[in-house]
Design a protein around this ligand. Structure first.
Ligand code: NGQ
Ligand code: ZN
Length: 471
């Protein structure tokens, strides 16, 4: 078990940064101030450094919201990178993942998630949307407390000190047209009614922790149309602005199956049958036609891009040019946690686009010439929208979530601030150039380490060893 690590008690604070990345771009001599609730009260460029105000060790960036996580999958990272079938695929990976998921106990989930959230903070993420579908025990029976595993995730986020959007997942079928769920899916299954009861049960616990509660219909494969409608109506009765996330069009086989079932592609079907708007996060949305790119962007929904997982699983490449031409919003998720590092996701996103288009600096835009700057600002904004929390960057009224780069790191030293961020993303080891991470105004990571680093990593390793020994 983990010891009782006590997070610092909330207090107001301030920081002077020679350079800070504000929503409109880089600014000089910025005084950042927040209150005891962890909210920014003022962000003032052109300030004088006052004595007594701490100075940042390098450029200050907005903390990155991670918009898509399946925490338990962190423990089997690296364990599917071998040839199983003659042709391994997303679907053969999923079979291995289900086998692993079938064994995890509540204590193991908590240990895995606590370490994962520590890793996230150490790698520049200050909040996370947890797309949580492991609901029941290994036999598919509800725990004595039906919210057991959801509460384990809430505790893990609370102990690590990362902001949370908890998205309990509705999962009912194994394919389009109401196909019965398989053996490997029994821990995921809930009636719509049981989901709405779970949301009611979780609401006060989330509120107490400053976490946001939303709902995640797993996919159109897993949630039939009637259940989707009823669940959304039930969610609206609880919180009409709660976030809604769904996996969609990640694999071409899903597109083909949806066409066979309905005559429509998944994103087109969803846009025609659900009230998709700015509350929604379309996770992956990899395979859309030109019309779907235009319509999905116009809906105001966020595209939840998970570049390293999409590469790891062989999903395909999102058409970033088409999405941006339509003014689409987007953010980043670490999903299966093959990689847990905000800067590395940015790098992978940009490199995927370079490989596909044979161009460079695809992510730069008219307002920001530096790719890393442009991508960071857009991903923070889209991530905040998907999270349904005020975590959209360094501005008064938002949460004090930020990252301080280490200006003395070899890859950064002597460079101008925008080039430091570029080097952090494209030319450093990407965690080594981080000095400090602050979430909700509280220092979570100092000198690149979270206080729970050793304890939580040891508990993670022990949990993984036990899981593998049961194989
Ligand atoms: C998941 N993961 O729910 O963990 C999915 C796989 C599925 C990703 N799509 C399962 N990356 O989509 O059926
Ligand atoms: Zn996912």
């Amino acid at each position: 078990m983990l010891s009782d690590h006590v997070l610092p008690s909330p207090s107001a604070g301030s920081l002077f940064a020679s350079d800070a990345l504000l929503p409109a771009g880089w600014a000089r001599d910025v005084l950042i101030e927040w209150d005891a609730a962890g909210r920014l009260t003022a962000v003032t460029p052109g300030s004088q450094p006052a004595s007594g105000t701490p100075h940042a060790a390098g450029p200050v960036l907005p903390g990155m919201p991670n918009l898509h996580s399946h925490a338990f999958q962190r423990a089997f990272g690296g364990l599917t990178e071998f040839r199983g079938a003659a042709q391994d695929s997303f679907w053969s990976w999923r079979t291995l993942m289900y086998r692993f998921a079938s064994k995890i106990s509540p204590g193991q989930l908590e240990a895995i998630a606590t370490w994962l959230y520590v890793e996230m903070l150490e790698a520049g993420y200050t909040s996370v949307c947890e797309f949580h579908y492991l609901h029941h025990d290994a036999d598919g029976r509800p725990y004595a407390d039906d919210a057991e595993l959801s509460l384990a995730l809430l505790r893990a986020a609370g102990r690590a000190g990362i902001g949370l959007t908890l998205l309990p997942v509705l999962y009912q079928t194994s394919g389009f047209g109401g196909a019965a769920p398989g053996e490997g899916q029994r821990r995921f299954i809930r009636s719509t009614e049981s989901m709405l009861r779970l949301l009611e049960r979780l609401r006060p616990a989330c509120e107490a922790q400053g976490a946001r509660l939303g709902l995640a219909p797993h996919s159109l494969r897993a949630v039939p149309p009637d259940a989707l409608r009823e669940a959304l109506a039930g969610l609206d009765a609880i919180d009409p602005s709660a976030p809604v996330h769904i996996h969609i069009a990640e694999q071409t086989a899903e597109v083909d199956a949806c066409l066979a079932w309905s005559g429509q592609r998944p994103v087109a079907w969803l846009l025609d049958h659900a009230p998709v708007d700015a509350r929604w996060c379309l996770v992956h949305a990899t395979h859309m036609d030109a019309d779907e790119y235009r319509r999905a962007a116009a809906s105001g929904a966020v595209a939840g891009l998970c570049p390293t997982t999409e590469a790891n699983l062989g999903d395909g490449i999102f058409d970033f040019d088409a999405w941006r031409a339509a003014d689409g919003r987007w953010g980043l998720g670490s999903d299966s946690h093959a990689c847990v590092n905000a800067a590395e996701e940015l790098m992978m996103l940009e490199y995927g686009q370079r490989l596909a288009t044979r161009r460079r600096n695809v992510g730069a835009d008219a307002a920001h010439r530096e790719v890393a700057t442009a991508l960071t600002l857009a991903a923070v904004q889209g991530g905040a929208q998907a999270a349904g929390r005020a975590v959209g960057g360094l501005a008064a009224g938002r949460q004090a979530d930020f990252v301080v780069l280490d200006a003395l790191h070899v890859a950064l030293q002597g460079l101008a601030a925008p080039a430091m961020l570029s080097s952090h993303v494209f030319a450093s080891h990407r965690t080594s150039a981080l000095d400090a991470v602050v979430a909700a105004g509280q220092p979570r990571v100092a000198a690149a380490r979270h206080p729970l680093h050793h304890e939580a990593s040891a508990a993670f390793v022990a949990a993984r060893s036990r899981l593998l020994a049961e194989d």
